[in-house]
Design a protein around this ligand. Structure first.
Ligand SMILES: O=C(O)CCC(=O)C(=O)O
Ligand SMILES: [Fe+2]
Length: 318
């Protein structure tokens, strides 16, 4: 690992929508945009203010005694707290009231009204706060998908995953370490669905995850006011260096018909990818008609075909 140089996330002073759309967006690489006007939230959103103005509706939060939240092995529990109480707890490092222990960590990924159907939208769920934040107008209103509160205790680390939509992560308060990997690293990240099994990206278990050494990590630090552009399919892992409040906006950049309509989180694979995956399931099922020796041989031939037809750029990149 240490022999590999880590790339740093570029920090750009983006002045206008035109500049973003012509110079930054087409490259489809993550960047930190610094110096944008994100609105009154920068000054207003202290923990006491949020606790009071955000309302007392219950939010479902992740609670864990570990800093590194692990979605695959579920080392956290979901608990409901009134928003104000959640903010109060997450902003302090020791609790008098707790679910697991006094130093437990809290993470909110806001959800829609009916989490199975509705997307998160701060202007619907937190109308009194929504007017404090100004979302950069880098996409058409018709492409808007969701706006999501991300609030967590100091020290919380969020599992490495990808989302299928383009994303602007607006860091309002608190600093955050972000580690990203390009979509072409997918073979090195030991994926389980949309999540990587490599939890500790700083000290990975290389006996378990030997291919991880080939991943080309890009790293940066978000400060209050920074906006991180995360292009769709880029893997990301976030560490809250302080109690942090962020809002991210997802938008659809492909034709609407390619997206799964039943996707409140913005992480369901596009429909053609889902269909292709079902066809592979059928191909594997079909190979089961053969004795093992043949099955293995023809599975390898299929892999080879897919690799040479669909992953050309990737093989050359290595
Ligand atoms: O910063 C966080 O809490 C996670 C952000 C994230 O995963 C996203 O914006 O898609
Ligand atoms: Fe994400």
């Amino acid at each position: 690992m240490s022999a590999h140089l880590h790339q740093s996330l570029p920090i750009l002073n983006c002045k206008s929508r035109e500049e973003f759309l012509s110079n930054i967006y087409p490259k489809r690489e993550p960047v930190i945009l610094r110096g944008l006007d994100i609105g009154a939230c920068s000054d207003k959103w202290t923990a006491p203010y949020l606790a009071q103005a955000g309302g007392q509706a219950d939010v479902k939060v992740h609670v864990s005694s570990a800093c590194e939240m692990d979605f695959i092995n579920k080392n956290f529990v979901y608990r409901s707290l009134p928003f104000g109480e959640f903010v109060r707890r997450a902003s302090q490092e020791e609790q008098t009231d707790f679910f697991i222990d006094a130093t437990e960590k809290y993470y909110l990924r806001a959800l829609g009204k009916d989490p199975r159907k509705d997307v998160a939208d701060i202007s619907t769920q937190f109308p009194s706060l929504a007017s404090d934040i100004s979302i950069p107008k880098y996409f058409e209103q018709s492409q808007f998908f969701s706006s999501v509160f991300r609030i967590a205790s100091k020290g919380t680390q969020i599992w490495t995953h990808y989302d299928v939509m383009d994303n602007l992560l607006i860091q309002v308060t608190g600093s955050k370490k972000v580690v990203l990997f390009p979509p072409t690293d997918v073979d090195f990240l030991y994926m389980c669905g949309d999540k990587s099994q490599v939890l500790n990206v700083d000290k990975p278990d290389l006996a378990k995850f030997p291919q991880f050494v080939h991943a080309s990590r890009v790293e940066g630090y978000l400060e209050p006011g920074d906006v991180l552009f995360i292009p769709a399919l880029w893997f990301h892992n976030m560490t809250y260096l302080e109690f942090g409040v962020a809002v991210n906006v997802f938008w659809r950049h492909m034709e609407a018909k390619l997206y799964d309509n039943k996707d409140p989180y913005g992480n369901k694979d596009p429909l053609p990818a889902q269909r292709a995956s079902q066809i592979v399931d059928r191909a594997l099922k079909t190979l089961e008609e053969l004795p093992e020796e043949y099955r293995d041989f023809y599975a390898r031939r299929l892999c080879d075909r897919i690799r040479s037809k669909a992953c050309k750029g990737h093989n050359e990149d290595r």
